[in-house]
Design a protein around this ligand. Structure first.
Ligand code: AHM
Ligand code: MG
Length: 337
């Protein structure tokens, strides 16, 4: 499959035939995400140099502070996806409602909707820590030729056609799946080209890293508390190492390469968990499963949850398969669903 020095552009073309519905539309869609990623990467990289840092003064739909780069990334991704006339709808973590995209020259003939978290972990920007973009793609369920409705967005994660993230880290990477494994591409900033650097990425079945905001320990359910104590116990391959960046994409990326688990459980502050099912958990869960990992809310497979609202939150446990199973065991011992 992978040849040396293969670019993302070449990879997309080469793999187009293997998509379930191969009309070139999905390839064009991934290509525009690639382009938006480069534009946002440019802005993120110079964030320390220009007066773009700081709070914009607005709050997003969750009532949280929105920073300028969030707004910028949101605008750029929406712009790239709408200008190129390839999607029929977009929902963004930064927008209250979904957008129906009507391209009057093709009268709602596009088939895909995109859900996006344009800049996740943005509280990390002003301290120069990695952030990411997360995207998720579905085929619409309502008939082409009409405007999209909420139904097109509230699909189970199992229905995703593609999902991925861009990590703006020490190097910038685009990692994605179309349901046939996970591949990672690293940007060569000198020439603005993504190269296949991490073909067929996989979570080790077991790892030794746990990533959780332990400052919230006191507010966690007993099952999670017990699991954290288990991670810290001196036994067999334990204690595990604790690593928490506070940037989902970065924590996930490290755990996928090294083996580990990420947890954002329910707590008294966030009774439903903090992360959003549609913009964060489903795409990461799809990637995790495609990389032989698992994703759960502590009891259920994330991808099987029927979404009820665009900005729904859910407890999230994701990573090496055996470690996610351990958490489920600890949860079921203490709590009944
Ligand atoms: P955001 O969408 O507002 O950026 O929040 C999501 C982020 C994740 O990237 C990260 O893992 C988590 O929130 C960190 O939350 P906390 O600071 O509560 O540990
Ligand atoms: Mg987010």
């Amino acid at each position: 499959m992978s040849q040396k020095n293969q670019t993302l552009g070449e990879f997309i073309i080469e793999n187009q035939a293997s998509f379930k519905y191969s009309s070139g539309e999905l390839s064009r869609l991934i290509n525009s995400i690639r382009l938006a990623a480069k534009v946002v990467n440019h802005a993120v990289n110079k964030a320390g140099l220009v007066d773009i840092l700081g709070h914009s003064g607005d709050t997003n739909t969750q009532g949280e502070n929105q920073q300028k780069l969030d707004v910028y990334a949101n605008e750029k991704f929406i712009q790239m996806l709408t200008n190129r006339n390839i999607v029929c709808g977009i929902a963004s973590e930064e927008e209250q409602d979904f957008m129906a995209i009507n391209s009057y020259d093709n009268n709602h003939q596009n088939k895909y909707v995109v859900l996006i978290d344009p800049l996740d972990g943005s509280s990390n920007i002003d301290v120069n820590v990695s952030v990411g973009t997360i995207f998720s793609i579905y085929r619409r369920v309502t008939p082409v030729g009409s405007a999209v409705t909420i139904e097109d967005f509230l699909q189970k994660g199992t229905e995703q056609v593609a999902a991925g993230y861009i990590i703006y880290g020490t190097s910038t990477m685009l990692v994605y799946t179309t349901g046939d494994g996970v591949n990672g591409f690293t940007l060569n900033p000198a020439i603005g080209t993504f190269y296949l650097s991490h073909p067929n990425m996989r979570f080790p079945t077991h790892g030794s890293i746990y990533s959780v905001n332990e400052g919230n320990y006191i507010h966690f359910p007993q099952g999670i508390k017990n699991y954290i104590k288990y991670c810290q116990m001196e036994e067999e391959d334990r204690p595990y190492t604790s690593r928490y960046i506070g940037s989902l994409v970065s924590d996930f990326h490290r755990n996928m390469i090294k083996g580990g688990i990420y947890l954002y459980p329910q707590s008294s502050t966030y009774p439903e968990g903090k992360l959003r099912l549609l913009y964060e958990c489903n795409p990461m869960a799809f990637l995790a499963e495609q990389a032989h990992g698992k994703a759960s809310d502590g009891y259920r497979r994330i991808l099987d949850i029927q979404p009820e609202a665009l900005h729904q939150r859910v407890p999230f446990v994701c990573g090496s398969a055996a470690m996610v199973e351990d958490v489920k065991r600890f949860m079921s011992k203490e709590h009944k669903l």
